[in-house]
Design a protein around this ligand. Structure first.
Ligand code: ADP
Ligand code: G6P
Length: 489
């Protein structure tokens, strides 16, 4: 039957992001299968339901025409997806270069080591040119599929020039843009190359959304300090045109996690895992292998904990699932080696013939296995140095209804704002504090754990990704309707 929400929103939305929700895997010369892509954006956008959606994004791999580009297009069309193909040079300059070597670290307050910055600097111009070109290609693709009445929802730091290109192509198009990562404070933003141009392009949207009040405030300050634009209670005012700016905290599909835990095969898997860990306490980390996740900091804090509390050796394991990501960017390659080196050293130091303290896996796990791991963990350890929101912390909470484990959460995540009362907040740079929080989590009395878990659980199960998507889309249609009536007057 028709749900409440579908009665309220009747529209078609063109979702535009860099990453497709599905990663194509070649089966044979002309056959494709798909794997869910990792990352918070893809997980959250599963929340768009009861609305007709078409997803336009980069194909994720280079497929020459002769090698099955059209069969891939057809296979994706069946899933409501339109792929954009980028050649290797563009991927290098736009994705590995401008997006992930310049914008991503800066927006997460990580200033690259000097020599890397020099390396990057000499091709800044060409990287930004490629970024522009790709944004233009995305705009052309949207124009091709756009029908009057559609709303266009652009996502993330890969597509900051897109709102302007879209409005230039068709000023009547309703355009929203949402940032899934932090917007940095204005002192950092000033160092972003081509920063003023980027701000102006984002402002072409009708509605701009952020995860947290802080990110939004940083953006408004940048518009004021750098462009001299006036801030109003609703957004940013530029010569009579208002761009609405607001906070839309993202969530997860909590029901999907709960339902998965009910599957007999998952229950069986949980029992197997429990047996395999042999009564040891389980600490869990699930991250893309990214420098913003503070994985070395997490592992070093675990080492400090074992060193200070030798009675816990062999009574606790740290399971770290780290899916490789952006492997063409040199900083990510260095991170992988660094993590392997630290894990090896600690396992050598504290391991026994039969057991090691850290199980580190360099891969993604499928959804059922992920749920089982979340459910058996006693403690989740999220140590991001900066993180837009961090959905892993929500996913852990959603799977802990029977165990009521403890969440140790970096204060530098967006999630720290919503889960403050139910988590042990830490500064990941403070190894001593993280180590003592690990101990506190492991020995926390049941009633305290339950109380904290209930706070988190109430939040995560009510602030879902579906609500997030509906709220944004409703605000976008309202804003666009108002803007059109002003133009008509
Ligand atoms: P980010 O968007 O920076 O990757 P989030 O924590 O917001 O961080 O979202 C990560 C998403 O990717 C979650 O939905 C999580 O389940 C998924 N994910 C991350 N690492 C893995 C992994 N190793 N295996 C499976 N899924 C993963
Ligand atoms: C973060 C970004 C997303 C991105 C994801 C995975 O969540 O906000 O835009 O899709 O990381 O990274 P990748 O580079 O693999 O798409």
């Amino acid at each position: 039957g028709e749900t409440e929400s579908s009665k309220k929103i009747k529209l078609r939305v063109l979702v535009v992001s860099n990453r497709l929700p599905l990663s194509p895997v070649r089966g044979g010369p002309d056959s494709w299968s798909f794997k869910k892509s990792a990352g918070g954006l893809v997980s959250a956008l599963r929340g768009i339901k009861d609305v007709e959606a078409m997803w336009i994004a980069w194909a994720g791999l280079n497929v020459p025409d002769s090698l099955g580009q059209s069969t891939l297009k057809d296979a994706l069309a069946e899933q409501g997806c339109v792929p954009i193909f980028l050649d290797e040079e563009l991927v290098k300059l736009y994705y590995a270069g401008f997006c992930n070597n310049i914008i991503w670290p800066l927006f997460h307050y990580l200033v690259l080591p000097q020599n890397d910055q020099l390396m990057v600097a000499h091709s800044f111009g060409s990287q930004f040119e490629a970024y522009k070109r790709v944004n233009q290609m995305f705009s052309d693709a949207v124009s091709k599929y756009y029908r009057e009445g559609d709303v266009v929802w652009c996502h993330d730091y890969h597509l900051m020039l897109l709102p302007k290109f879209l409005k230039e192509a068709n000023s009547k198009m309703a355009v929203g843009w949402f940032l899934h990562i932090p917007f940095p404070s204005v002192d950092i933003y000033r160092t972003v190359p081509f920063g003023p141009e980027i701000l102006r392009s984002i402002l072409a949207a009708d509605l701009i959304g952020f995860h947290t009040y802080d990110h939004m405030t940083h953006f408004l300050c940048a518009c004021n300090d750098i462009l001299g634009l006036e801030r109003t209670p609703e957004g940013v005012q530029d010569k009579g045109r208002l761009t609405r700016v607001a906070v839309f905290p993202i969530g997860i599909e909590s029901d999907r996690f709960k339902q998965t835990l009910e599957l007999p095969s998952v229950k069986e898997h949980i029992n197997k895992l429990i047996q395999r860990f042999g009564g040891r306490k389980v600490m869990l980390g699930v991250d893309r292998l990214d420098m913003i996740k503070g994985i070395p900091q997490k592992i070093l804090a675990f080492e400090t904990f074992l060193q200070d509390n030798p009675s816990w050796i062999d009574r606790v394991v740290l399971v770290q699932i780290a899916v490789p990501t952006r492997t063409d960017v040199p900083e990510y390659q260095k991170l992988t080696s660094k993590v392997h080196e630290i894990v090896g050293r600690i396992n050598g130091r504290f391991g026994t013939i039969t057991a090691v303290p850290i199980h580190h896996l360099d891969r993604s796990v499928d959804f059922n296995e992920l749920c089982a791991l979340y459910a058996v963990a006693d403690v989740a350890l999220v140590t991001s140095l900066r993180d837009g929101m961090n959905l892993v912390s929500y996913e852990f909470v959603a799977c802990q209804d029977s165990k009521k484990g403890v969440l140790i959460l970096s204060e530098f995540t967006g999630a720290a704002e919503s889960l403050e009362a139910g988590a042990l907040l830490v500064n990941p740079w403070n190894t001593t504090q993280v180590a003592s929080s690990i101990k506190k989590a492991l020995i926390m009395p049941t009633d305290e754990r339950e109380k904290m878990h209930m706070c988190n659980y109430a939040y995560v199960t009510t602030h879902t990704s579906q609500k997030w998507a509906e709220t944004f889309l409703r605000a976008l249609t309202d804003t666009a309707m108002k803007a059109q009536s002003i133009i008509r007057q």
